[in-house]
Design a protein. Structure first.
Length: 203
């Protein structure tokens, strides 16, 4: 299995359910990987692998909610679908607090499961795209010198070059030079673009 291929990770202690789910996903040309226990999944999964998780709620040892808690504790934001033969309102509430996308009742309707899985994969792809963009912005801003960072913070508040020069006790020409280097290092098109980058970096 290629690590960069979006994969549906299926965790269920029932071998029949695992196999039927694998066959369903493969029939829709979706990459999948099945595990018999939460522990097996945690041992093998790397956070940089894209995809989503389809997990049984009740399993020996670590159950579905325990697994999701483990993932969230590791800062893994993998979209999760819970498939279970039984479920209660408290369990549903606990799942929602952990960011579970949806609960499906066993045996899950094949068409419904595929629809939910595709939505989960789209959410994961968008989240990873957003995260990569944010990393690029932060890397660009981190390349600024301390003085350039000071200049940037004043520029994004709407101050003109003359006002920035007054605030920092430097010449307007020096502010202009700092501003030019900031634009070059960040790739920003204008101050509005700089402001957007600064707001992103603070998230």
């Amino acid at each position: 299995m290629q690590p960069n291929v979006p994969t549906v990770f299926v965790v269920d202690d029932d071998p029949g359910i695992r196999r039927s789910t694998e066959m369903l996903l493969e029939s829709a040309d979706l990459a999948c990987q099945a595990f018999a226990s939460a522990g097996d999944f945690l041992d093998e999964y790397a956070p940089d692998r894209p995809g989503c998780l389809v997990v049984d709620l009740h399993m020996p040892g670590m159950n579905g909610l325990d697994l999701i808690e483990q993932l969230r504790a590791r800062k893994v934001a993998l979209p999760v679908l819970i498939v279970s033969g039984t479920g209660t309102i408290p369990v549903a509430v606990a799942g929602m607090k952990l960011g579970v996308l949806d609960f499906l009742v066993k045996p899950a309707d094949p068409d419904l499961l595929l629809t939910k899985v595709k939505v989960a994969l789209q959410i994961d792809a968008q989240r990873r795209t957003d995260s990569a963009a944010l990393d690029r912005v932060r890397a660009r801003l981190s390349a600024l010198t301390p003085r350039e960072t000071q200049t940037l913070r004043l520029l994004v508040t709407g101050l003109a070059n003359k006002q920035v020069a007054s605030e920092l006790g430097i010449s307007i020409k020096t502010v202009e030079n700092h501003r030019a280097r900031i634009m070059q290092k960040t790739g920003a098109l204008n101050v509005a673009d700089l402001t957007r980058m600064s707001m992103l970096a603070m998230e």
